[in-house]
Design a binder for this molecule. Sequence first.
Ligand SMILES: [Zn+2]
Length: 253
Amino acid sequence: MTEDAPATDLETLVADLEPRRALVMVAHPDDADFGCAGTMALLCKAGWEVDLLVATNGNKGTKDLNRTGQQLAAVREEEQRQAAAILGVNEPIFLGFPDGGVENDGELRGLVVRELRRLRPSLAITFDGFRPGFNHRDHREIGRAAYDAIYPAADDHLFYPEHREEGLRPHRPDMLLLSGAPDPDVVIDIEPVLDLKVAAITAHVSQVGGRSTEEMLRWWRERAGDGPGPRYRESFRSVTWERARRSRDARRS
Ligand SMILES: [Zn+2]
């Protein structure tokens, strides 16, 4: 499927997923808003609980020589909280790694596994960590860590067995959507919530320079293409697991 593909109906795509809970896992404050704010807003409008995990505190995202990393981290976390509130997303979870310090290692996977077991989403969204070509290292690392945490770690109790003492049980989402994939098979038409996406992006004042939502919306509208498929879109590669599908079918029969 190419970027010119017709839109996927989000409601149909997620109709079989239970519970209606999604977890979005990204590297930096603002990543989720650029990548999938429209999809998050549509899910929230459809009554889904949407949680957001942000691996870093964004402490290097500035060219301002007078700003310390610590000051910036506090500002960026607050901007991310405000952006989430605009979309209806729950209070974000910050893992607090420094920018550039995201590693797909046992520590990060353990933290991701804990959130998967605690929040128990049926739908997970993260970066395509396997995308060839240019990609921010932190995006690649969180994408791969989330992928590896979902399969096999989170659903096998002998991975991070200490979670049992916290009352957490194994869990695997039924569907994973990979943002930034070169070969998307899911194209979401986000035009109905474009204003919310743009408002969420402009909440990141330290990154977009205090542009107003109206100004940004105008800028987006002027640049929208006329080709086939939705004018405003978020695209993903979907991954599902055979075992998850089987157990869902078994629950139904
Ligand atoms: Zn980023």
